[in-house]
Design a protein around this ligand. Structure first.
Ligand code: PHE
Length: 338
């Protein structure tokens, strides 16, 4: 009874006092234990009544200890709470942002959609036929070389590789359907190149294809001219230089007047005032025939541009590696873009 009264009256305001309680009652040499030791010596008759009393006493000591601990923790919480300045502004959540390459891809896609182009995609792991042969690449063409292409699997007559350009999607599209075709095909492409500020082992392209009766080089020029006016602003100049691609004839490269230095000379246009942004040309009749399309009836144009390059020009990004490093400090800068 004496101990019960002591326990009921006990209060603690510190961890040390709670610990003192535990040491007095609950440890091996504590009061509860010693009472149980004494209990062994009493007569069988007394055991019946005393046993119940002792068990209740033990429970009381244990639950008291628990409640002392709980109170102490509650007090600790309150202490922290009260020392916090509730008038401080909260910490905001970090919001993600769109990747600059996706922003530009969307912008390009939207412009061509307005001109009636649909969007199509193809696989990144391609076979030799779709990436090279159907596109009129001669057997010994250097682009098939190990140096440029990541081969996945050597197969008799039809190696499997990571596509080196999105032109492979042109082939898939033409094989699958009937003209007219009017599509743009964005995607990632791979080339076995040393990684530097200006080259990477993967990058992104947007392919364009328009095949119908009577499609001419004039259509190609007008479509691309209109595209550039929308992307870089009214009055941006374009020029076409003759070029060579196995799958287009004639072929050209298109330059635009430098949007960064406006012709005064900068690193992007190397002082020339012009920057190359895409390759294009009239689809070679061999390619049409390879895809089962009558080249006497149909003609078409195709173009392919690197999204990184267009993005560099728009945002003046000088190191390609930034696009794939996922550095938050870089990505955060595009938070305010749509
Ligand atoms: N596939 C070419 C490249 O990767 C670009 C291109 C596409 C050129 C379509 C002409 C027509 O360089």
């Amino acid at each position: 009874q004496e101990y019960t009264a002591e326990i009921n009256a006990f209060s603690a305001s510190s961890a040390e006092e709670v610990e003192a309680f535990r040491l007095r009652f609950l440890v091996n040499k504590g009061i509860v234990r010693s009472l149980f030791d004494e209990f062994k010596t009493v007569s069988a008759d007394e055991k019946r009544t005393l046993g119940k009393v002792l068990n209740e006493f033990k429970q009381l000591a244990e639950s008291k200890h628990q409640s002392l601990l709980t109170k102490l923790e509650g007090a600790a919480d309150q202490h922290v709470g009260s020392s916090e300045d509730l008038t401080l502004p909260g910490r905001g959540f970090e919001l993600g942002s769109r990747h600059p390459l996706l922003l530009v891809r969307k912008e390009i896609v939207d412009i061509f959609k307005k001109m009636g182009f649909i969007v199509a995609e193809g696989p990144e792991i391609e076979d030799d036929w779709h990436n090279f042969s159907a596109l009129n690449f001669p057997e010994e063409h250097p682009a098939r070389d190990m140096q440029d292409t990541f081969f996945v699997e050597k197969k008799e007559g039809n190696d499997i590789a990571l596509r080196t350009h999105t032109s492979s999607v042109q082939v898939r599209m033409m094989e699958m359907g009937k003209p007219p075709f009017r599509a743009i095909m964005p995607g990632r492409v791979y080339r076995n190149e040393a990684i530097s500020a200006r080259a990477h082992c993967f990058f992104h392209q947007i392919e364009g294809l328009y095949v119908d009766e009577n499609v001419s080089f004039a259509d190609l020029k007008q479509t691309l001219y209109q595209f550039v006016q929308e992307l870089y602003g009214e009055g941006t100049k374009v020029r076409f230089r003759p070029s060579y691609f196995p799958f287009t004839e004639p072929s050209a490269e298109m330059d635009i007047s430098c949007s960064i230095c406006k012709g005064d000379g900068c690193a992007m246009c190397k002082g020339s005032g012009w920057v190359e942004i895409l390759g294009c040309g009239m689809v070679d009749p061999n390619v049409l025939e390879n895809c089962g399309i009558d080249s006497k009836k149909y003609s078409g144009f195709a173009f392919g541009m690197g999204i990184e390059r267009v993005t560099n020009l728009k945002y003046e990004i000088k190191d390609l590696r930034l696009f794939s490093e996922n550095d938050i400090r870089f990505l955060k800068q595009f938070e305010t873009e749509i």
